[in-house]
Design a protein around this ligand. Structure first.
Ligand SMILES: Nc1ncnc2c1ncn2[C@@H]1O[C@H](COP(=O)(O)OP(=O)(O)O)[C@@H](O)[C@H]1O
Ligand SMILES: [Mg+2]
Length: 186
């Protein structure tokens, strides 16, 4: 199974969530490959320096391949990832401004993806208890994309996790990323 994390915008959390989900799936006993298609190589750098992640930097093999993509809808890295993936995650904040951009990205994804591949919105940096968190189902209905049920909240621990890996996460943060991992592969 190949899962890519994408959005035409930078800074939405593609790299953070692709790395975190790969760590969670490895913790859950899966043989995880990570394909870094972003020329900035942030994910490779971070997975390369954390010990014992259980995630292997390689293009294919194992139970699941996680793909991080560049924020450029015309780049080879983005196009190849979308064409190959079984599950395409459109990472976005729940802010309406970002969602409008995501609609455009979703149209492109729909044209490129394999027929049997699925696209899902993955909400990141959700502020716990905020109005946007409570109304996200309604917002999503309006734009007609299916969301992953679970969301990723805004947490400083996720920034440190790119340095420290799974060990740097609190039990609550681990739990949240486990739930996301499960919701994605379910
Ligand atoms: N859920 C989150 N909570 C806190 N910080 C986050 C979260 N997701 C991403 N970030 C931070 O936002 C910035 C951009 O994230 P990144 O994963 O590099 O985005 P992208 O790969 O889409 O450009 C980074 O500094 C990252 O640590
Ligand atoms: Mg990135």
């Amino acid at each position: 199974m190949k899962i890519c994390f994408c959005n035409g915008k930078g800074g939405v959390g593609k790299t953070s969530l692709s790395v975190l989900v790969s760590l969670a799936l490895a913790q859950a006993g899966k043989d995880v490959s990570f394909s870094d298609r972003d020329g900035q190589r942030t994910a490779s750098q971070c997975l390369g320096q954390i010990e014992g992640t259980g995630v292997t930097l390689r293009e294919s093999g194992g139970d699941v391949v996680i793909v991080d993509t560049p924020p450029n809808l015309e780049s080879d890295g983005f196009l190849s990832a979308v064409k190959e993936s079984d599950i395409i995650l459109l990472v976005t904040s729940p802010s309406p401004a970002d969602l409008w951009t995501s609609i455009k990205t979703a149209e492109i994804l729909n044209r490129l993806k394999r027929k049997d591949a699925i696209i899902k919105l993955l909400f990141n940096r959700v502020v716990a208890g905020s109005r946007l968190e409570k109304q996200r189902e309604f917002i999503v209905e309006q734009i007609g994309l299916t969301p992953v049920r679970e969301v990723v909240h805004q947490r400083m621990a996720y920034q440190m996790a790119l340095l420290e890996g799974w060990a740097g996460l609190s039990p609550e943060a681990r739990e949240e990323i486990f739930r996301i991992g499960l919701a994605i592969i379910a």
